[in-house]
Design a protein around this ligand. Structure first.
Ligand code: G
Ligand code: G
Ligand code: MN
Ligand code: NA
Length: 254
């Protein structure tokens, strides 16, 4: 496989980069954290989105190495920001389905956390709802180990995974991230209004915080803030940016 060989080479040549998108307090605008998003700075094809290589990495078995790169890089970045005295809150990394079930994940996390001195609550794991719904028993064991490492869980793309909702009770995520498909037509679309309000109520009654993803307009921001959604993420606040760009944002809002 051509792409596999290219990705291996890219890992060796250090062509992957993390971009960071802020998560802010819906009321005050204060910075609460960021989501780390991988890109491939390809020598010929330019900056590639994860859609162009994550699925291939999952297929060819390279995902756990790529995931390990992401985790190590995020931990190193957290350490650099702390050293520089920059407060960025919690850094979230995306972990895909196969990576989550891979036996190396916990080792990778343990080693990266120890090497970088990352403290509990500084790093968080984002998993999609569909990952959490598969093989609930094993999932629960892995989540318990993540909690023991001081890693909170954030449920990505919430509302798209045909959830039974009972998993929320067992897995105790810190955050639910409302998928941007439910945010896109707010505040006009009545069906989405009802859904988003219900998600916020459900989450709060379980002691879980709510992040709205894909916030692009001030009207969406106002609606979400008014119904008690406490965290916002989206182009309105900032696009994902490289570390330098994100640092400039962090200094501006603090
Ligand atoms: O980054 P973008 O803005 O294009 O994200 C596209 C998708 O890629 C998202 O669903 C995101 O969760 C996923 N993604 C981004 N970075 C990573 C990563 O480091 N690992 C995994 N597994 N998925 C990622
Ligand atoms: O699946 P996940 O939530 O991890 O994906 C994050 C993706 O959403 C990234 O590709 C990121 O670039 C994208 N994204 C972040 N904010 C916005 C936004 O306001 N609008 C749109 N259309 N995409 C966004
Ligand atoms: Mn995500
Ligand atoms: Na999402």
């Amino acid at each position: 496989l051509q792409l596999e060989a290219e990705m291996r080479q890219a890992l060796e040549r250090n062509e992957f980069v993390l971009h960071y998108q802020p998560l802010v307090d819906a009321r005050s605008g204060a910075l609460l954290g960021c989501e780390a998003l991988i890109r491939w700075q390809h020598p010929i094809r330019g900056l590639l989105s994860p859609f162009h290589f994550i699925p291939a990495a999952e297929q060819c078995g390279l995902i756990s190495e790529l995931g390990a790169w992401t985790i190590r890089s995020a931990c190193q970045q957290i350490a650099r920001w702390k050293e520089a005295g920059l407060q960025v809150g919690t850094v979230a990394v995306n972990v895909s389905a196969l990576e989550f079930r891979h036996h190396r994940l916990l080792d990778t996390l343990t080693t990266a956390i120890a090497a970088s001195g990352v403290r509990p609550g500084e790093l968080e794991i984002e998993l999609t709802e569909s990952v959490l719904m598969t093989d609930i028993q094993t999932t629960q064991l892995i989540i318990e180990r993540l909690h023991a490492l001081g890693l909170p869980l954030s449920v990505d793309d919430f509302g798209t995974g045909y959830s039974s909702l009972s998993y929320l009770k067992h897995l105790r995520p810190a955050k639910l991230k409302i998928d941007r498909s439910f945010v896109k037509d707010l505040p006009g679309e009545e069906g989405d209004q009802v859904l988003v309000r219900a998600i916020v109520q459900l989450a709060h009654s379980l002691g879980i915080k709510v992040v709205a993803e894909g916030v692009e307009t001030e009207a969406q921001q106002a609606f979400l803030r008014d119904i008690g959604c406490e965290i916002l993420q989206g182009y309105l606040i900032s696009r994902p940016q490289d570390a330098k760009g994100f640092e400039a944002f962090a200094r501006r809002v603090s």
